[in-house]
Ligand binder design. Structure first.
Ligand code: BG6
Length: 462
């Protein structure tokens, strides 16, 4: 059953960074691929006129190599602009006028979270919230309590099914592919549990630093920036139970079950790191103890996963930019052939970026009289990263009222519940050199479940 499509797009923060980097390219994709044909209204307080917004859109598209002139012209044609302060009722009256006959607008809040409440209220008072959908950027709250307060505030104006909390990892093709591979191939299901899985590792490595986002990042840190959302969503996709029935909430229900079963993090199972030179980045507070790296171990309290250690690692200024998941299987209970087999032998690997790979690591015999072998990977699929950009997929879904690839209230709450005990720099901070794999304390954390699997960007298995 499909809900009616939104008949206008409104994006707050139209002159900002997110619009430039993600929203204009996503809109271009929707116009180009799906013939998007509704008014697109940018709102900002910049003293701009419509021509400047069009100029900005053209600039963004050129910057991203999106140059089909008919599409660019069509998109510019659809653009409208409302300039004004979000605290001023007039801004919302102008927006209502710009919406014309539109009945079901989609409002995208690409603005700082401190403005969410003001804008939600403004929309409601001006009659712009009725039948409307609301897309909200991360970070969704700052901790569990503030996320709950934000949910309660939004619920006063928008019903849950009309709120779309963005986590762009959910719009990524390789993340979708984890789910597809698992549930399109029934032979994986019997081994996807504590009986066969020894441990799990998820690594999100970035070769670059905080760059020009010092101020934002110093209030956020790696745990809030990517673990609470992206990493936990990847984990849920990887180990949730199979969705049941035809219910359109089936997938999110199973994800919610899984996330609610993760044991809140034990501060002793967390290693926080900061790269050398971070405090010199503009916007970062002197002496800041915010982490740019985190490694952690967690457990899921279900029959399926009890006792399986799950390691998550994310950091900036690491040796490569790559994200990868490795599910490690148990070794044979006894060595039949008396050879020295690496403890990491036998795995399934999902490469999420920069390319997409699904591979099964097994042991194969070397030719010859002796019963010795080596580790090989069967590559199930390997593709370059030429996917539909996540924001295009997500914006298109939100316009159709499809919520599966968005955070639901209970899901976001469960994610905060996991990280709440380790927020706000309560665990020790270790320093690491740029270009290294983070502080050596992370080796002690993984200990006998190691070694860490460092993604290799040439495409070779690690
Ligand atoms: C964002 C974080 O959500 O995700 C950034 O704020 C991070 O710090 C980015 O770099 C990574 O996304 P992607 O798609 O490049 O892996």
């Amino acid at each position: 059953m499909s809900a009616p499509r939104s008949d206008a797009i409104v994006f707050f923060g139209a002159t900002g960074d997110l619009a430039y980097k993600q929203i204009f390219p996503a809109l271009y994709g929707l116009v180009h691929d799906e013939g998007l044909d509704v008014p697109i209204i940018g709102v900002a307080k910049a003293g701009w006129a419509l021509d400047q917004l069009k100029e900005r859109a053209r600039d963004s598209l050129a910057h991203h190599g999106l140059t089909d002139e008919a599409t660019v012209a069509r998109l510019c044609d659809l653009l409208r602009y409302v300039d004004g302060d979000y605290k001023d009722k007039q801004t919302f009256a102008d927006l209502r006028a710009a919406l014309g006959t539109a009945q079901r607008p989609l409002h995208y809040l690409a603005i700082p979270p401190s403005l969410f409440e003001t804008v939600a209220q403004g929309l409601s008072e001006a009659g712009c919230a009725e039948n409307a959908r609301l897309v909200i950027e991360k970070p969704f709250g700052h901790d569990r309590a503030s996320a709950q307060a934000l949910n309660a505030m939004l619920a006063r104006t928008f019903p849950e099914q009309n709120i779309f909390r963005i986590d762009h990892y959910l719009g990524k093709e390789p993340v979708q592919n984890i789910m597809y591979t698992r549930f399109a191939n029934p032979m994986f299901e019997p081994i996807w549990n504590r009986t066969h899985v020894r441990s799990i590792q998820i690594t999100m490595a970035e070769q670059f630093g905080v760059d020009d986002r010092g101020r934002f990042y110093d209030e956020t840190g790696a745990i809030r920036d990517v673990v609470q959302n992206h990493m936990l969503q990847v984990l849920a996709t990887l180990i949730m139970d199979p969705p049941t029935g035809e219910e359109h909430e089936a997938v999110r229900d199973r994800k919610a079950d899984l996330l609610k079963a993760i044991r809140p993090l034990d501060p002793r199972h967390v290693v926080r790191g900061q790269y050398a030179g971070y405090t010199g980045v503009a916007g970062v507070r002197p002496g800041s103890t915010v982490e740019t790296y985190v490694a952690l171990k967690l457990y899921v309290d279900t029959w399926r996963w009890a006792g399986v250690p799950i390691y998550i690692r994310a950091g900036k200024e690491l040796p490569v930019t790559a994200a990868e998941v490795v599910v490690e299987f148990h070794r044979p209970p006894r060595e039949t052939f008396g050879e020295l087999v690496p403890s990491s032998s036998g795995h399934m690997r999902f490469r999420l970026s920069p390319d997409m790979t699904v591979a099964l690591g097994v042991r194969a015999k070397l030719s010859g009289e002796r019963m010795v072998g080596h580790d090989v990977e069967l590559i199930l699929t390997e593709r370059p990263a030429s996917f539909m950009p996540p924001y295009q997929r997500l914006l298109g879904d939100a316009m159709r009222g499809l919520g599966e690839l968005f955070g639901r209230e209970d899901i976001v709450d469960a994610q905060w519940r996991v990280v709440d005990p380790i927020l706000d720099n309560v665990t020790p901070l270790y320093f690491y050199e740029k270009g290294s794999w983070g502080p050596s304390e992370a080796e002690q954390l993984i200990d006998r479940d190691g070694p860490w699997r460092n993604p290799i960007v040439s495409g070779e298995p690690s």
